[in-house]
Design a protein around this ligand. Structure first.
Ligand code: HEM
Length: 266
């Protein structure tokens, strides 16, 4: 989607510039959140690099929980950018779509690298067993590898070079959405994390259905159906939060244990 920047017009006065300032601060706040996974995993990774005893076992116990949950949370937040624009008309946050996409790749690539090197206690065998010895591992590895073309083309020169094909490459995001859900279904079945993943995905998928998105956009611009739009937005937000909150809680619990280097071995 091509975003049109609003030119600043003095006639709109201070309200516009205050909103601009708020947007800038909020964008940096959301960018700062992206450091959390690396802060949480930092102590265990440093111990691993320093070759401390038990370090590999700690990383092995934490990696999928902390980096898997982080990668998924970042992914979902990235996928929320466009629906939030459709619903509210805001633009200040649209820049976060690219930042979150790149950060998602960073956490997923770290996840894959650490899984390939440290999880021999859980998945004995070679590096190939550690990244592909089970169908759920194949789905996780494939999701991570599919992010490479997405990140490699998340810049202006790739956009110019690919022209109208750029959008087709970016549609790989939807394939990743599918492979991540398969990864989680194979791991959890119809319980916990997979159900949270469905709850966060449903509203984001609904708002992407072209007729829904078009009608919402038209009503928002025309200022019609206010009560209906507000009610639907509240229901969608509630469904989203019912999945997002337990995911954040999972990250806080598992991430906290990783940070103090006492991960639970499950
Ligand atoms: C886009 C990439 C990926 C995403 C979004 C993702 C997401 C997740 C999530 C949300 C969980 C649940 C964590 C929890 O129980 O707290 C998980 C678990 C897991 N993931 Fe991934 N993952 C990805 C890539 C990978 C890769 C590359 C591997 C290994 C090769 C992997 C292996 C695992 C394993 C073994 C678990 C189970 C952990 C446990 O319950 O102890 N994942 N993943």
């Amino acid at each position: 989607m091509i975003e049109h920047a609003h030119a600043y017009t003095p006639a709109l006065g201070d309200a516009t510039s205050r909103r601009g300032e708020f947007g800038k601060t909020a964008v940096w706040f959301f960018r700062a959140l992206l450091l959390i996974p690396f802060v949480l995993m930092g102590p265990e990774i440093v111990s691993l690099v320093l070759g401390r005893p038990g370090a590999a076992a700690n990383v092995s116990a934490s990696v999928a929980d902390v980096l898997g949950t982080s990668t998924f949370t970042i992914f979902i937040t990235m996928l929320a950018v466009t629906p939030v624009h459709t619903i509210t008309g805001w633009r200040w946050h649209v820049i976060l779509r690219r930042d979150y996409g790149i950060a998602m790749f960073a956490t997923a690539a770290t996840d894959l690298t650490l899984a390939a090197t440290t999880t021999g206690d859980t998945f004995p065998g070679t590096v190939l067993t550690r990244v592909g010895g089970h169908t759920f591992l194949v789905a996780g590895t494939l999701s991570t590898l599919l992010l490479i073309p997405l990140v490699a083309t998340a810049n202006r020169s790739a956009q110019q070079w690919l022209g109208r094909h750029w959008k087709s490459v970016q549609r790989l995001t939807y394939v990743v959405w599918g492979t991540v859900l398969i990864h989680l279904f194979l791991l959890f079945g119809l319980t916990t994390i997979f159900l949270y993943a469905l709850a966060v995905s449903a509203p984001l998928a609904l708002m992407r259905i072209p007729p829904v998105r078009r009608r919402w956009d038209r009503a928002r611009r025309a200022g019609t159906h206010r009560v209906l739009r507000a009610s639907v937005a509240i229901v969608l937000a509630a469904v989203f939060v019912s999945g997002y909150a337990p995911l954040v809680n999972e990250l806080a619990v598992k991430g906290g244990a990783a940070f103090v280097q006492h991960p639970a071995r499950d």
